[in-house]
Structure formats: C-alpha cells, structure tokens
Design a binder for this molecule. Structure first.
Ligand code: C5P
Length: 219
C-alpha cells in the first residue's frame, strides 16, 4: 500500500503520516528532508542560496545515508534550515535530481532500522501529484495560515527556539506563495486526493477521518 499526504507547511502532514504509518505498518518518507538536506549543505558551504547550479550539483550527489546524517545537524529542523529548503526546492534542476531517490523508496520500502516494510507513506507537497501518482490513497491536508503558523510557533517554542509569531506567520505565507507559484510541480491537490481542512480539527479527529477513508478505499 502506498499513501501520499500532500499539503502546505505545518498543516499536520507529519503527525498524520506517522500515525498512519504506525497503524498500517508502513515505512515513512518525509520528503521535506531531501530539500532540508540540500538547504543545510548550502548553508555549510557558505554559498549564496541563490546559487541554483551549485544546489543542483549537491542534489545530484545526495544519498539516503547522507540525508539521514544531515538530519542530525542543528540547522536541519530550524527556521533557517526550513527557509533554505524552501528556496532550493524552487529550483527545477534540484527537484529533478531528487526525483529518483524519492520514487525508488516505494519499490523497496524499509524502516529506519533497515527491515523491510509492507508499503510506504509519503509526506510532502508533491507526493501525490509528482512522486507517486499511482498511490493507493492520496490526502491533501491543509489549514488556515494563522492556524499553521501557531502550530509551527508552538513547535519552535517547545524546542526552546526563540522566535515571534508574526515572523513565523510571515514565513508560512512566504512559503505558501513560493510553493504555489513555482513553475515545477506547484503545490496543489491531486485530482483524486481527499482534501482535509484541519483548521478546526484535533489530531485524533484528523486521524479517524483518514482511517475511515483508507478503509473505504481498500475494502
Ligand atoms: O515539510 P518541510 O517543512 O520539512 O519542507 C521544507 C521545504 O521543502 C518546504 O518549505 C517546501 O518548500 C519544500 N518541499 C517541497 N516538496 C516536498 C517537500 C518539501 O518543495 N515534497
């Protein structure tokens, strides 16, 4: 079984995906990690983030193992890392170079410890439209920008990262704009995606709704 969970920043894709992965015994691929890896490498290199040619070269050399190692970097989940990821993800060449790595995972999905899984759940903005259009079930998870910014803000605060709400909201809106207008794979729901607006829903309600849809679909 392949499930895709697309949608904008901080809509609740990660939480839903991980809960579904646990329930159905699926491997979990957070595709934002590939762009965060390139973003962090760009920051380490000292190059300007506008250097699309260099970013594309780094994307061509990225392996799964390298990505997992970079995930330990303190910038990886930071606001700065997210911003860098968002910028490099708008380069067509970068997206193209990272396609196979993401797609191939569905042919041999494994858990973090290397054991094989029965399927995969992809979390990311273009997973149902570009990475895995053949997925069994596709979701598009969204929420109002203010609600998403509040969730991101709370996450940063819980990790002790200093920021203010207005900055996070501005960042969420800037990312939405970049994601929706980039010419390569702009963010939009797949035609056959189930759209869930989580603005007024708790984590459990979203999960129960998604499970009901999956059960109906695979029955
Ligand atoms: O989901 P996350 O915040 O980790 O993603 C980091 C950035 O990578 C996003 O802001 C988005 O611009 C980009 N991204 C993307 N396509 C994906 C996943 C993430 O463009 N499938």
């Amino acid at each position: 079984m392949i499930i895709t969970v697309d949608g904008p920043a901080a809509a609740g894709k990660g939480t839903l995906s991980q809960n579904l992965a646990k329930k159905y015994g699926l491997a979990y691929f957070d595709t934002g990690m590939v762009y965060r890896a390139i973003g962090v490498m760009m920051l380490h290199s000292g190059r300007n983030l506008s250097d699309a040619v260099y970013a594309e070269r780094l994307a061509g050399e990225l392996t799964f193992a390298k990505m997992m190692a970079l995930a330990e970097d303190k910038e990886f989940r930071s606001a700065k890392g997210g911003e860098a990821a968002s910028i490099v993800s708008s380069y067509s060449g970068v997206r193209r170079k990272l396609l196979d790595m993401q797609r191939n995972f569905a042919f041999k999905p494994t858990f973090a410890d290397g054991t094989p899984a029965k399927g995969v759940i992809y979390d990311g903005r273009d997973t149902g439209t570009v990475i895995c259009p053949q997925a069994t079930v596709k979701f598009f998870i969204t929420a109002k920008p203010e609600v998403r910014a509040k969730r991101r803000f709370d996450e940063f605060a819980a990790k002790g990262q200093n920021t203010d709400f207005e900055t996070v909201l501005k960042d969420v809106k800037a990312r939405d704009e970049r994601d929706a207008t980039r010419k390569d794979a702009p963010m939009k729901p797949a035609d056959d995606a189930y759209i869930l607006d989580t603005s007024d829903m708790g984590i459990d309600e979203v999960f129960q709704k998604a499970v009901a849809i999956i059960e109906e679909k695979v029955r």
